[in-house]
Design a protein around this ligand. Structure first.
Ligand code: 3AM
Length: 184
């Protein structure tokens, strides 16, 4: 499927981030894993699974369009990352499956996104990129009972601009625009 490069703006200012999704087989695999997480954890809905590459925060339409135009004019490399380390981050209280950046293409992509974000006027990222898939929230500490999560080799084909929408039923991440990642 061709990426929809058009940016569909929902109106007003929006909370945004740039990221990638799992492929459908991985999403299904992880949905099954989410269903087995110990009680006390709040698994994320499977449709919310994603890897955040850059959190942008509250954004105007003008700023988002400037960012997306710059990314559209950039050759965005396809990358691969292996997520295999189960981590509990006590600050945001999330359980996540994390990996290291070993593919130079991911460093290049991160640099391109940072450059586009800076020229569109977004503040510098507070943390260096640490690839991770948030699995559950409400994780004050590492779960006492054993958690089995398979390693995941993620090789996305598209970059997405996600909106983060809070609703009474929970957070949703609609995709506002997508760009293809290309072989170098
Ligand atoms: O689930 P992950 O971590 O991939 O952590 C938040 C989530 O990504 C991250 O943006 C994604 C959608 O909410 N996020 C939220 N607030 C953030 C902040 N102030 C943030 N990342 C960095 N700084």
């Amino acid at each position: 499927m061709l990426a929809d490069q058009t940016l569909h703006w929902p109106g007003g200012d929006c909370r945004l981030f740039v990221g990638v999704a799992l492929n459908p087989a991985q999403q299904q695999q992880m949905a099954a894993v989410l269903a087995t997480l110990p009680a006390g954890l709040k698994p994320v809905p499977a449709e919310n699974l994603h890897l955040t590459l850059r959190f942008l925060g509250q954004s105007s339409e003008t700023q988002a369009r400037a960012l997306w135009a710059q990314l559209r004019a950039t050759s965005l490399p396809v990358f691969s990352v292996r997520l295999e380390q189960l981590l509990c981050w006590p600050g945001p209280k999330v359980l996540c499956l994390a990996g290291e950046i070993t593919d130079p293409a991911l460093r290049d992509l991160d640099a391109s996104i940072s450059q586009a974000a800076a020229s569109a006027g977004y503040p510098l990222s507070q943390h260096p990129l640490h690839p991770h898939l948030t699995l559950a929230r409400g994780a004050k500490q590492f779960p006492q009972s054993p958690v089995t999560v398979p390693a995941l080799q993620v090789q996305p084909t598209e970059l997405h601009l996600y909106q983060s929408v809070s609703t009474p039923a929970g957070v949703r991440y609609p995709i506002l625009a997508s760009l293809p990642l290309v072989m170098a």
